[in-house]
Design a protein around this ligand. Structure first.
Ligand code: GDD
Length: 376
């Protein structure tokens, strides 16, 4: 396949959906054809040494769309013999695209295309990036639609949604669920609602905390656990204390423990919401796929592409107004109280994760999309 250089601010060992998406896909491409250029991290040396492809780290903490970055990227492309540069995300890093002498493609995720696409000055910059690209990789139908909406015409887009490792995330039987709860230091009895995400306002953890109080009225022994770190932690801790909510913030959970956490829950939820009048929305929601692969039915907030990750009524439920804690509680209770429906959704979710979101299949599609860009 075509040798190329991926340029991004968001690459592991940093945690997050974009980082996870890029790594899971790019590590499955032929390693000799991939060079990644990203930013420094305290654990980068060990991480980079374990990758089958070359990773180059910048000195500066952020790659800013500066002419100097454009010249550096050109030099690197030349040095490594890259026929193509892939810029992620389209704004801000992608802004160097139009000034590159090497052909470039961009990756679209969610907020970083929806927001600039609706702010007049920035929109024209985004549109320059999009119209100069030889190809666009969209991490779901929603970012593809946002890109085309911004440009006002169709794009040479390949929709490659996030996937999931269905071996790393696998269903647990009842004894294993109990053992997992005990290993994670969680109560072994009573309904358990699990959530995982970066702690930022879009993820709706405040609504989940409020909803937990309503759920406790029906299930006094319910426990809600939220894994993840982020700037919203202090606000969420105060809300839990204020409401005396049955919620525990677990902080950042080790990658090895994440599969157990998804698998030992009765219901997974992330009540993502749209903010700033729709400017900020959920791109897709890898956490829903991780829960699905672990055989746990999900409740999602309706925002951006979350309804592509959770099929309403089939693999889980989508709450139309994710700011309404009572509606959210109702949906979570609906699943907690109906064993048959919950089990059927959990099974359907696992089957769909295996069938449609295997990273091996998605990586083949990515390789085809990259080759098509080079042939442009
Ligand atoms: N190990 C560990 N520990 N992983 C975590 C933790 C934690 O405490 N918290 C979050 N993660 C991981 C999740 O397991 C998941 O793989 C990722 O971080 C979060 O992914 P998303 O739910 O998709 O959220 P995002 O906002 O960071 O990602 C953005 O880009 C994605 C890819 O395009 C959003 O736009 C998503 O909607 C989109 O799917």
């Amino acid at each position: 396949m075509a040798r190329h250089l991926l340029v991004t601010n968001d690459f592991p060992p940093k945690i997050g959906g974009i980082q996870n998406y890029l790594w899971e896909l790019w590590r499955r491409l032929p390693p000799d054809e991939v060079v990644v250029y990203s930013t420094p991290h305290a654990d980068a040396a060990a991480f980079d040494a374990a990758q089958p492809f070359k990773v180059v780290r910048s000195r500066e903490p952020w790659l800013l769309p500066h002419p100097l970055l454009a010249r550096r990227v050109e030099k690197m492309a030349d040095y490594y013999g890259a026929e193509l540069v892939i810029l992620d995300p389209a704004v801000p890093v992608g802004l160097i695209g139009p000034s590159l002498k090497v052909p470039y493609g961009v990756v679209l995720h969610g907020a970083e295309v929806a927001i600039p696409g609706r702010i007049p000055g920035v929109r024209s910059l985004l549109n320059r990036v999009l119209s100069g690209a030889v190809g666009v990789i969209a991490a779901g139908g929603y970012p593809a639609q946002q890109g085309e909406r911004s440009l006002g015409r169709s794009l040479p887009v390949s929709i490659i949604p996030p996937g999931v490792d269905a071996e790393r995330f696998a269903p647990l039987d009842q004894p294993s669920k109990r053992a997992a709860r005990s290993e994670l230091g969680l109560p072994t009895e009573g309904p358990l609602v699990v959530s995982v995400s970066r702690l930022v306002p879009r993820k709706g953890m405040d609504t989940l905390i409020q909803a937990s109080v309503a759920i406790r009225r029906i299930h006094p022994e319910v426990h809600v656990v939220i894994a993840g770190a982020g700037r919203d932690r202090r606000r969420l801790s105060s809300l839990i204390a204020k409401l005396d909510a049955p919620v525990k913030l677990l902080g950042r959970v080790e990658a090895d423990a994440l599969g157990l956490l998804y698998g030992c829950g009765d219901v997974f939820t992330m009540l993502c919401r749209s903010r700033w009048g729709g400017l900020e929305q959920e791109g897709f929601g890898i956490v829903f796929l991780e829960a699905a692969a672990a055989g746990t039915a999900q409740v999602a907030g309706r925002s951006g592409g979350a309804h592509e990750a959770v099929v309403d009524g089939e693999t889980g439920l989508v709450v139309d107004d994710p700011d309404d804690a009572d509606c959210a509680a109702e949906s979570i209770l609906q699943l907690l109280d109906d064993d048959e429906c919950r089990t059927a959704m959990a099974r359907a979710a696992r089957e769909r994760a295996e069938r449609e979101f295997s990273y091996d299949v998605l990586a083949d599609q990515l390789a085809a999309a990259i080759n098509a860009m080079v042939r442009q």
